[in-house]
Design a protein around this ligand. Structure first.
Ligand code: SF4
Length: 351
């Protein structure tokens, strides 16, 4: 079984990538996704009492156990005496509906693993509550993963707890479950299992929204790329030639994307919204933003609190006003006053 908890929402929408006879390229994570996963792992490690650093070098030093317990209790809202465990792998046999705990986080490390089992990790677990830490914004589809986790743990309450970059919970999504909910979850999971060998691609917004690794490769979406003139290339390049072919194919796809984007906007402008088949519609969303530009006269005329003021300038503005030599002197002074911030950005581009 080629399932993981995080893939459940995608497999629920389209089970084609679970077919054992379909070759799935290795997951290529976007930079924001990679950071999100790394922060998630750092946070889990922190809760387990470890010290770790996330990709930005931000240290998550192990807090005293009493702090961890207070934190967990604030999320769980447990009565005194409840035990909370973190990072517990639970294995659910989708065929029988039985679950078991396992010391192994990965299926291939588990000598007892069965082909009808899915392995889910409870980020935090008490006798009746499961918490799944999340980073980024909430997506309704994440609930399918929570449903599977709560079923595996035979819990009655599930919490998606969204954690910010500083380890604080920004918001939670909670659900309660009874036996009927568990039966419904098991039913759709069994449906995926029953169709595992025969599932056909079901294209839709989930292909991109849920990061299907077969987007542009499966029989339903590959023709769209061919129609767009994108040549067949490997998404797991191993040689400079394969990487160059991927680069060129990406340029073709980008050109097509721009044209498709223009065509869709034109359609919306002329005929209105496009229903996407999942309750959403592609259309125009208008928002306005007010920008405040302060002049010296305005600062003198109104009482703006000092901590609401952001004063900035730029090297080019200073050089334009003072000339290059005096501009450099002023920049040196500003550097000594701690007013210069150096930011290094990485851009992948053709040079
Ligand atoms: S790209 Fe879409 S249709 Fe194709 S396998 Fe993935 S989810 Fe299914």
């Amino acid at each position: 079984m080629r399932w993981s908890g995080s893939k459940l929402p995608l497999l629920r929408a389209c089970g084609y990538s679970a077919r054992p006879d379909v070759e799935v390229p290795a997951d290529v994570q976007s930079e924001p996704a990679r950071r999100g996963v790394a922060r998630h792992l750092a946070f889990e490690h922190w809760l387990s009492g470890g010290v770790t650093s996330d990709p930005d070098g931000c240290d998550w030093a192990a807090p005293p156990s009493v702090v961890r317990e207070t934190f967990l209790r604030s999320v769980f809202d447990l009565g005194l005496g409840g035990t909370v465990e973190v990072e517990i792998p639970i294995v659910l046999d989708v065929e029988t509906g039985r679950s078991r705990r396992s010391p192994h986080k990965r299926t291939h490390d588990d000598p007892e693993a069965q082909p009808t089992e899915i392995r889910l990790i409870a980020d935090a677990l008490s006798s009746s509550v499961v918490v799944d830490w999340k980073t980024g914004r909430h997506r309704a589809e994440a609930v399918s993963q929570l449903d599977g986790l709560v079923l595996a743990a035979r819990a009655s309450r599930g919490i998606l707890a969204y954690v910010d970059d500083y380890g604080a919970i920004t918001h939670t999504v909670e659900r309660t479950y009874d036996e009927i909910d568990h039966a419904a979850t098991l039913a759709w999971m069994r449906g995926i299992l029953e169709r595992e060998r025969t599932a056909q691609p079901i294209p839709g917004p989930h292909c991109r929204d849920l990061f299907c690794p077969l987007l542009g490769l499966c029989p339903a979406t590959a023709p769209a790329l061919v129609a767009a003139g994108v040549p067949p290339v490997s998404l797991s390049p191993e040689t400079p030639e394969e990487a160059r072919a991927l680069f060129l194919a990406r340029e073709v796809a980008r050109g097509w994307y721009t044209r498709a984007d223009d065509a869709l906007r034109q359609y919306v402008d002329q005929r209105g919204e496009v229903p996407l088949g999942d309750g959403r519609a592609y259309g125009v969303n208008t928002s306005t933003r007010e920008t405040i530009t302060l002049t010296p006269e305005a600062i003198a005329a109104v009482d703006i609190p000092a901590d609401a003021l952001r004063v900035s300038t730029s090297k080019s503005a200073i050089n334009a006003a003072l000339g290059a030599k005096r501009g450099r002197e002023l920049l040196a002074q500003l550097g000594e006053l701690g007013c210069l911030t150096v930011t290094t950005t990485r851009r992948y581009e053709a040079k």
